[in-house]
Design a protein. Structure first.
Lengths: 476, 476, 476, 476
C-alpha cells in the first residue's frame, strides 16, 4: 500500500501545522503555498476526469455545430482529450496543485498538446457550469452503481430466503419474544427496505439527470448555444431551465446523501440483528470465517467485524448529509466557493455506501442459519398466546375479554412451569368452557404461523408467494 | 394565550425535576407517576385523533364484511367513533394520561359509550399497525398541505416576477458583482428550487401512501382480513407487503424530514438574500411593515425579523432529520418503543415547514423592489467584462487570449476611474485593433442581458417565456 | 391532562394551516395575526419568568445606586415584580401573545401596577442583554439540576454495585464472550462515564456563569452602570468583557447541548445493555414491573420500555445540538432574530436529559441480577484462554508463541466438546510440556478474575477499592 | 502532486466497485481481498506511528521493571522501535494492508528486526488499550497544536485591533445599522470567542490526558503492571480507573469534535462578516491579493475565497461531530469494531480546524480597513437615536416616554431628509422642551461612542484597556 500521501500525512500530527511557535504569527510555509494548499481541489476532484472530458467533448462538438469553432478544431480537441484520458487511465498523468482543479489541469494540458484550439474550448462556458455538469454525470453513474449493488444484495437475500420459508424463529418486539414467524418472512422484511432504497435512488436520479451546461458563470452566455445538442450527447433528460439556479443547485447531492443515510440505516439495522444472532446467547447464525475477524488471543473467537464496521459506517454517511446541509444553508445566489466543500462528503458517501453494500452482500451467502436453535427460541415466551386469544374470538368472545382470559391462562402456565400447549384440555377449559380439543392446532408454532395467511402475513404459503413476487420485481 | 400547559411548565426550571435533594434518590413523585409521565404519548399523539378514528371505522367495516363482527356492531362502532370525533373537534374530550395514548383514550371511551361492540374493535389489529396507519394518514395530508403551501408561495413569486422581467440588477458570485441579470430571472431561480421541493414531496408521498393495517403486532393475524377493502376505504395506493417491515418502517418520516430540510435550506437561502437586500448597504428592497419588527429604541428601524426567524428555523428542521436517523439507526426488528420518539420531531417539522412557507409566501407581495438602486448595482464592478471577451471571441480571438486582453482593458479602466463603456473606441482599440464601434452595444447592461438569450439565459425575452412556462407548470 | 394547547393543536393537521386553498394566496388569518403567531416567543420563553424578574430587580437596585432612579422607585419596582412572580407561581397570570415575549409581558404588567417607575426599569438595558442574562441564569440552574440528577443516578449505581463485587459475568467485546469480569466492575464502568459527564457540565457552567447584563443592544450604554454590583447580586462569576460578544454569544448553549448529547449517548449505551440483558436469550436481569410495559396481548411479557424510550430520546438531544450549531453558523454580529430559535431546542434538551436521568436512576434499584445465569455465561466461550496464555508467559514463553499454543489447545478442546478446565493435565501438556498442575488455578473464573488485580483491573479486591473511592468522590 | 492514491482513486467512479454486473453477485475481487480492503485501517491509522512507538517503548520499559522481560530485551525493543520510527520519518517504511493496522505493521517489523524480544512486547497488553493510548497521545498533541494556532490568530487580531481603537463603524443588529462602535471593539468580540475556544480545549485536554494502557482487552491482565510508571513515562495525568470503560470510552473525541465545531462556527461567523465587508455594497475592507482568487474572466474581481472555504468547512466539522455521536450511540460495552470508524472523522476534524485557523490567521494582517467608508456607514440609519433617548432620561424623562419622543423626532428627521445632528435646537425642542444645546455632544458618532465607557462598553478609552487586558491574558 503505502501511498506517498499516507506516508507524508503520517509525518506529523498536523500535516500542515508549523513545527514550532505557530503563535508567533510566522508560518514556516510561505503564504502562497499555504493558500495554494488550502484552496486546491485537485486532490479530490481528479476523480471527475472522465466526466470532465466527456462534457468538454460534447461542448466542443456543439461549439462546432453553431460555428463558434471549426470542425477541425473540434476534432483536434476531441482527439487531445481522449489522449489525456488514456494517460490518466494509465496513471501517467501528472496532476498539478498550482493548476488548482481537474478542469484547469486538463485544459492546460490540452492547450500544451494541441495549441490554439485548446484555448477556444472554454468559450461560452464557465467553471461554474462545468463542475456542475461533471458532478451530475458522476452522480448519475454513482446512482446506477449503487442501485446495481443494492439489487445484488437483494438477489443474495432472496436466494437465502428461498431455503428458509418453513424455518420458524421467534419474532421479536422490544427484543422480547413476540410471535413465531418464518425466517424467509424476516429476510423479506429486509428486502422491502432495500426496494424502497432503490425507488428513492431512482427518484433522485431524475433530479440528477438535468443538464446545467450552458449556464456559464451564472447568467448564460451571448453565444447561441445549442443546449439540446449537448443534452442529447451527454444523455441528460433535459437542459436546466434557469442559469442562476443551475450553478448554485446542490439539492441532488443532499437528496443522494439522504437516500444513502437511509440505506446505511437499513444496513445498520440488519447488522444489529446479525451481531445479536451471532452472539453466544442467541447462536441463531454462523457467519462465514472470511467475514469475521479473530482475536489476538482467543482462537475460538469469531467476531462479526464486517457487521460492526458497516454499522459504524452509518455514522459517517449521516454526518456527510449534515455537512452538506450546513454548507448550503444560508448561501446567497449564485455560486460561492463554499460549494467546493460539497465534493469530499459526497465522494465519501458514494464510496462508503458502495463498499458497505458490496461486502454486506458478499457476507449473506456465507451465513448458516441454525434452524433448531431458532425453532427453540420460538418455543419460549408463550409466543402463541395471541393465537389462543384469536381462537376465543372466533368462539364469539369479544377481543378485550379474550385478552383477559388468556392473561389468566398464561399466568397459570408460568406457575405450572408449562408451555401453553402442555396444558391439558381440562386446565384450559377452567379458563373458558368454550375451549375444545381443536385449540391445540393453534397452539403449535406451525399452527400459529400457518394461520397468518392473509396478504403480508407470515404463513409459509403466503411467504412463498411474496418471495416469488419479490424475485419478479427484482428481475424487471 | 396562557395555555395551562405553559403556565405549568413555567413554574419550575425543570418541569419534572424534584424540588430538593434529587441526589438523595428519593423522588418527590411516586415512581408510577414518574414512569407514567415519562412514557405517555397522549400529550403529542392526540393530534392523530382524526386519523385514528378514520382507520378504526374502516377496520370495523372490514371486520363486519368478513364476518368477525356483525353489521350492527360495525354501525354502532362507527356512530360511537364519529360522536367522539365531534367531541374532540369541539374541545370537549378529556384526554387521560393514564390511558397513555390516543388509541387507548378513544377505544376506552368507545367501550364506555357502546359497550360490548367496543371490545371487539381491536380484533385482528395491534397498536403497532394502528399507529403506523394513523401516522401515514397524517403524513399524507401533511404532504398535500405542504405542497399546496409551496405552490401558494410559487404563485406569489411568479406574480412578483411578472413585473420585473426587465428590471436589471447585479448578479453575484462570491457576493461580488458578476454580471447583470434580470430580476425576474433571479426570482425564477427561487421558483426552480421550489419546484424540485414539490417533486420530492410527491415522490415521498408515494412511499407514505402504503397501508400497514393488517400487519398486527408484527406477524399478521389469523383472521382472514380483507386488506384490499380497508386499503380502498382509506384511499391508500396498496396494502404493505410484509408485516414485520410494516410495523417497523419509518423511512417515510425520514424522507419527509429530508425533503423538509431542503425546503428550509431553500427558504434560508432566500432569506439570506432578503436580509442582505434589505440592509442599509444594499437597499435593493423594502419589506412591508407588517413583516418587519421595530426596535425598542430606534423607530426608523425595520428589522427583517420574519426572514431571520425563517432562516433560524432551518436549524430545527435539520436537527429533526438527524434525530430521526439516530432513533432508527441500529434498531433490530420489529417494533421497539424507541419509535415513540419519532412523533415529536416529525410533527415539529410539519408545523415549522408549513408555518414558514405560509408567512414567507405572505411576505413576498409586501416587498417593493428599488429598481434604480438595483440598476446602479449592476453598473459597478465591470459587470460587462465577460461581454467584451465574448465580443472578441466572435472576432476570432481564442477565448483564453480574449480573457487576457479584457484583463488588461479592465485594469486600465480602473486606473482611469472609468467604466468599460466610458472608454473611447481608441482606448479600447489600444487593447485590440479588431474592436469596432459596435462594441458599445455589448457593454451596456441592456446589451449584456439581452444577449444571453439561449434557453435558460437571462435575456428578458427568454425570461418572459420561462415565466409563462413556469406559470403553466404550476397550474397543472 | 388535556391542556387547552393540546386540544387546540389536535384540531387540524397543521395547526396554523388555512383550511382551504392555501395556494390561492388568500390566507384565512389576517396577516398581522399570522405574523404575530409566527414571531411570538411567549409560548416558550414564559418559563424564564423567575430569571427575568430576578435580573430586573438586580438591575433596578443598581440603577438606584448610581442615581438613575430613586430608591423609592427601585423599591416600588421590586415589590411590583415580586407580586407578579407570585401571580405567575399561582398560575394566575394572563400571558399575552401581542406582548410577544416574557420581558414585555412582565414590564407591561409592572407599569400597569406601579406607574411611572415601571417605565424607568428598562433604562440602560435592551432586550438583547436582558434575554442573554435570563437564559444564563436559567442554564446555570439547569446545569446544577442535571448534575444533581447524575449524582443521584451514580448513587443508585454504586449502591447496586456494592452487592455485586463478587458476581461474575461474561465480559463482552464485539458482543462475543471475551473474559470473565466482576459485575460491580461493569457497573463502575458506567459510573466512570457519568463522572466525566459531571466534569463536563461543571466546566460548561464556568462559561455559563458570566454576566452579559449591561451590554445593552450591542454597544453598552451611556449610563455609568455598576456592573460589578449586578454581577454580585445575581451571583455571576464576572461581568462579560465585550458588549458585542455578550449579546450574540450562544456558545454556552451549544456546549451544554454537546455535554447533554454525551450524557444521552451514555444512557443509550447503558439502555442497550439493559435491553440485551433483559431479553429471553440473555436473562441476566429482571427489571422491576413498574419500569416495564405489558403487551396488549401477552401478559407474561415485560417489555423494557423505559430503556427503549431513553435510548430513543438520545436522538432528539443530538438533533437539538445540530439545530443550535446550524442556527449560529454564519450569523454576522451582533444580535439577529435567528437567535430566538435557540430556546426551544435547549429547553427540550434540559427537559429530556433531566427526565431521562430521573427515570433511569429510579429504575436501577428495581433491577434484579440473575447471578447464576451471569456466571453460566462466563463459562461459555473459553473465556479463560487469555489466562492460559499469560500462565505460559510466566513460564517464559514469548507472548506471541504462547498465543499460538493456546490457539491449538482451544481448538482441541472445542473438538472434544470440553471446556479448558475440563482438559486433563496430560492433554494440556501435549500442547506445552511446561504446563503444571497449578494451571487449573488460572483456568477457573475466580482464578481469572482474581488475577487482574492491578489498578483499574477487575479483581474483586481491586473493585472493592475502586467502589469505595468512587463513593468518596461522589460525596465530596 | 499526483499522489499515487489520487491517481488510483481517479480511475473509476467507485474505487472498489466491480466493473461489470455487480448485481450478478459475482464480484471481481476475491472475497478475501474485498474483506481485507474493507476492514484495513492502515490507510488512515498510519499517522499514529509516533504515538504507537512512544507507547510501546514505555510499555516495554515497565515490563522490564516488573521483571516480565529482561532489561536487555527492553533495550532491544527500544532500539528496534526507534529505528522503525526513523524509517517512517524518512518515508522508507512499507506499510502492508494485510497487517491491517499501524500496531501490527510495526510489531511485525520489530520482530523481523530483533527476533524473540519482539514477540514479548505485546505481553499484558491488547490492541484495545494500545489504540486507546495512541489516540489519546495524538489528541493531546492535536489539542496543544490547535490551542497554539488559535493563539496565533488572536495575536494577529489583537495586533490589527491596536490600530483601530478609534475607528468608528456601524454596529449592526439584524444586519441593520444600530449604533456606532469602535472597530477594535468589534475585533475584540472575535477575540472573546477565541478565548472561550481555548478554554474549552484546555478543559477537554484534561479528559484526554488519562492513560488507558494496562486495561488490556477489557478486564486488565494478570501481570502486576506498574501503571504509574507508564503513566509517568508518557506524561499522562493519571492512569484510568476502570479497564472496561478505558477501552470503550471515546468521549474525548466527541468533546474535541464539539469544541472544534464551535471553533469552526466562530470562524464561519467571522468569515460571513469578512465576505459582507469585502462586498461591493459594503467596501469596508480590502483583503490581501494572496488570500483572494480571481475569476476566470473578470480581472478586477477579487473573490474572498479563503473566507468562503473556511465558512464551507464548518459543515464537515459539524458533520464529523454528528458521525461520532451516531457511531457511539447504542454500543454495548466494551470494545466493538464500530469504533474503528472514529478515526477518520477525528483526523479530518483536526486537519480541518488546524488548516482553517492557520490560513485565517495569515489572512488577518492582509486586511486593510477602509476607515472612511466605515465611518460613513455609521452616519446612516440614525445610529445615535439611542443616545438622544438616554439624554432625555438624564433629564428625568422615564425611559419608555423618552423612547416615544425620539420615535417622533426620528420620523420628523426622515421626512426632512436630515440626520439627527442636522436638526436645529428649535426643531429638537419641539419634541421636548427640556432639550438643550449640549444635546449635540451626544448626537455625534464620537460623542456616542465615548459615552459607552463602562466595563465592556465601546468607548475608545475602555476598549484600549480591554485590548491591553486581552494581550496580557494571551501572553500568560
Amino acid at each position: 500500500m503505502a501511498s506517498s500521501k499516507n506516508s507524508i500525512s503520517a509525518k506529523s500530527t498536523l500535516s500542515k501545522a508549523p513545527s514550532a511557535k505557530p503563535w508567533g504569527g510566522r508560518f514556516t510555509e510561505p503564504t502562497n503555498e499555504l493558500v495554494e494548499a488550502f484552496t486546491e481541489s485537485i486532490s479530490f476532484d481528479a476523480r471527475l476526469y472522465k466526466q470532465d472530458i466527456q462534457g468538454s467533448i460534447a461542448h466542443s462538438k456543439m461549439l462546432a455545430k453553431i460555428g463558434v469553432i471549426s470542425d477541425q478544431e473540434a476534432n483536434s480537441i476531441e482527439t487531445g482529450l481522449l489522449d489525456i484520458r488514456a494517460q490518466i487511465d494509465a496513471g501517467e498523468f501528472e496532476w498539478s496543485t498550482q493548476l488548482e482543479d481537474v478542469h484547469m489541469n486538463i485544459e492546460a494540458r490540452l492547450t500544451d498538446a494541441i495549441g490554439e484550439a485548446g484555448k477556444k474550448l472554454h468559450t461560452g462556458r464557465s467553471r461554474n457550469d462545468q463542475v456542475a455538469t461533471d458532478i451530475r454525470l458522476y452522480m448519475r453513474q454513482a446512482s446506477d452503481d449503487v442501485i446495481a449493488l443494492i439489487k445484488a444484495l437483494q438477489e443474495n437475500l432472496l436466494a437465502s430466503a428461498s431455503n428458509e420459508v418453513k424455518t420458524i424463529l421467534a419474532g421479536f418486539t422490544h427484543l422480547q419474544v413476540a410471535q413465531p414467524i418464518s425466517l424467509a418472512h424476516h429476510l423479506l422484511a429486509w428486502n422491502e427496505m432495500l426496494e424502497r432504497d432503490v425507488e428513492r435512488l431512482e427518484d433522485c436520479r431524475k433530479r440528477i439527470n438535468v443538464m446545467p451546461l450552458g449556464s456559464a458563470a451564472l447568467a448564460g452566455t451571448s453565444f447561441p448555444l445549442d443546449r439540446d445538442m449537448t443534452c442529447e450527447l451527454l444523455e441528460f433528460d433535459r437542459p436546466s431551465r434557469n442559469s442562476l439556479d443551475s450553478v448554485s443547485d446542490r439539492d441532488f447531492l443532499i437528496e443522494f446523501a439522504a437516500a444513502s443515510s437511509v440505506i446505511m440505516m437499513h444496513l445498520s439495522r440488519m447488522c444489529e440483528e446479525i451481531i445479536l444472532w451471532a452472539s453466544e446467547s442467541y447462536k441463531f447464525i454462523d457467519i462465514g470465517d472470511a467475514f469475521c475477524a479473530g482475536s489476538s488471543i482467543m482462537p475460538q473467537k469469531k467476531n462479526p467485524d464486517i457487521a460492526e464496521i458497516v454499522r459504524g459506517k452509518s455514522g459517517r454517511v449521516i454526518g456527510n448529509l449534515q455537512a452538506l446541509l450546513v454548507i448550503m444553508k444560508g448561501q446567497p445566489l449564485a455560486y460561492n466557493r463554499d460549494n467546493q466543500e460539497d465534493k469530499e462528503p459526497i465522494f465519501d458517501t458514494v464510496d462508503t455506501v458502495a463498499r458497505s453494500l458490496q461486502v454486506f452482500a458478499a457476507m449473506i451467502p456465507s451465513i448458516t442459519f441454525n434452524r433448531d436453535i431458532m425453532y427453540q427460541s420460538a418455543l419460549k415466551g408463550y409466543a402463541t398466546a395471541t393465537d389462543l386469544a384469536e381462537y376465543l374470538v372466533r368462539l364469539d368472545v369479544p377481543f378485550r375479554d379474550a385478552h383477559e382470559i388468556v392473561g389468566g391462562t398464561v399466568r397459570y402456565a408460568i406457575e405450572q412451569g408449562k408451555s401453553l400447549s402442555d396444558l391439558s384440555l381440562t386446565e384450559l377449559q377452567s379458563f373458558g368452557t368454550m375451549i375444545k380439543q381443536d385449540v391445540y392446532d393453534v397452539l403449535t408454532l406451525e399452527g400459529s404461523v400457518n394461520s397468518r395467511s392473509h396478504f403480508g402475513g407470515t404463513a409459509p404459503a403466503r411467504v412463498s408467494e411474496a418471495l416469488d413476487a419479490a424475485k419478479q420485481r427484482l428481475s424487471w
